[in-house]
Design a binder for this molecule. Structure first.
Ligand SMILES: [Mg+2]
Length: 220
């Protein structure tokens, strides 16, 4: 599926790719609405009716990923709330083996995330996921989300990589689409970003279930 001889740089998304998306989905769909209802003294369904349109209208934008935006908008300290359930943050199966293997094979590794710096800090604290990477790139610092093709050009100006010899693995298909438009040659998605949800069968890009399917060494 992947010919590792063709790849120098591996660009990896964090949430839903290296880490189980269940933590994020649980937080936004369940934990936050519950606390928002309590905070506003309204019913849970009323809280959801307020939150859902805000979430929909901002999806794929930097605001959506910004904990400061949500803290201001809702009047709730979102980073503190996220920390309350930080024990639920989990590294996906075979990620450690995969990242270790990539390093052993001399690949350059960039973590490329839309996660806000405060979210990244919580996740790094609980998983140490940054330890394998040459660089950690936060889209907020570049002023564009990964969903915008221009993001990849900006990123390349600051963090050089050859798009023709790079692989991006990301569970968000609009991100893969923008990367494709920016010329990144090798693209893969994840078939089950959230371990508590069904496996996806209708992805636009080739997908893997777990990283054991593409471990370098077994495919060289
Ligand atoms: Mg993701």
């Amino acid at each position: 599926m992947i010919n590792w001889d063709d790849i120098d740089t591996v660009l990896l998304d964090m949430d839903g790719t290296l880490l189980d998306l269940h933590y994020d989905n649980f937080f936004w769909m369940s934990y936050l609405p519950k606390h928002y209802a309590k905070f506003k003294r309204i019913k849970r369904w009323e809280a959801w009716a307020e939150l859902e349109p805000i979430m929909q209208s901002n999806r794929g934008t930097l605001a959506w990923y910004s904990l400061d935006y949500w803290t201001d908008k809702l009047g709730i300290d979102i980073p503190t709330l996220k920390r309350e359930i930080a024990h639920m943050i989990e590294i996906r199966p075979f990620v450690v083996e995969f990242l270790t293997g990539l390093r052993e094979h001399g690949k350059t590794l960039y973590l490329v995330t839309n996660a806000h710096n405060k979210t990244l800090a919580i996740k790094v604290e609980h998983t140490g996921i940054d330890r394998w990477f040459d660089r950690v790139i936060v889209s907020h610092d570049l002023g564009l989300p990964k969903e915008d093709p221009e993001f990849w050009h900006r990123m390349r100006a600051l963090h050089p990589f050859d798009p023709a010899r790079s692989l991006l693995i990301d569970d968000t298909e609009s991100v893969l689409t923008s990367a494709k438009q920016a010329g990144i040659a090798h693209l893969l998605t994840l078939l089950q970003p959230d371990s508590h949800k069904d496996v996806r069968s209708d992805t636009l890009f080739r997908g893997i279930h777990h990283f054991d399917e593409i471990l370098p060494g077994t495919t060289l």
